[in-house]
Write a protein that binds this ligand. Sequence first.
Ligand code: GLV
Length: 328
Amino acid sequence: MGQVFVTRRVPGRAVELLQGAGHDVAVWPDDLPPPANALRESLLQADAALTMVTDPIGQDLLIEAERLCVVANMAVGYDNIDIVAASQAGVWATNTPGVLHETTADLAFALLLAAARNVVLSDRDTRDGGWQMWSPTAFLGPDPFGATIGIVGLGEIGQAVARRAHGFGMTVLAATRTSRPGIEQELGVEKVSLNDLLQRADFVSLHVPYSPVTEHLIGSQELAVMKETAILVNTARGGVVDQDALVEALRAGTIGGAALDVTVPEPLPLTHPLYGFPNVIITPHIGSASFATRAHMAEMAARNIVAVLGGAEPLNPVNQPPVPRNRA
Ligand code: GLV
């Protein structure tokens, strides 16, 4: 029997799964994440943690929480965890691959369509009483159908976006550093350099993980290469885009707009200049937020904990501690 700390209320059967395996489960009861001191206090008592992208799990915490054997992140991304420190401390870190790509690709497409066709802007205007009469010139936008999409990063989510893009008759370009033989052909995408993609795409959708390598992958130079009408969609991580450069590009009108599900920081303060652009959509990091997918993610994280606390290796490790800690 182990102590498991779950850092937020989660949907689905995750807590039941943990309890069913005989573990004691403490769930942080608030809608906001546990503050640093509460997270620390709880992890000092825990053999396992079921965490969110909003929980920073750094080196000090991993060393101090000496009972902790596994940090199961309820996310595919794990940039909130210091993976090197986790491995050194003997702590497994796990994620939730394979269950959220379709849901996240749906949101990327929803944002793309909403930005192109002024869905959010015109809704806001309608609620504000702006709809006087049908207008031949109001809320015009570019056609997604038949346009060119540039997908940056061709992992599970990028691939799922590519499949959707074909349904919209799009030409699909992809820039990826990872070699996946045959995948471009299978998906009907043209592999190009990032520069080519940015020059040619009407819509640029980001699907790379956040790391020192991808930090500010889209900066002022990259934004300058994009078409003046192009729309940037980011459902990856805020840090992949240099937000100051994005503000400058939007001010200068050198790109057509942006739809961002992720920002730095999250939430973005209401005073941030990005809120001032009518051609920007900002959503609160809801890429995987469907009923089924979030339940699936939580249950997957729980299964990783059950495996590790049962003495086995996790199902979805993102590290390989040389000497894994054992439950005390
Ligand atoms: C969400 O952002 C995730 O990485 O799953």
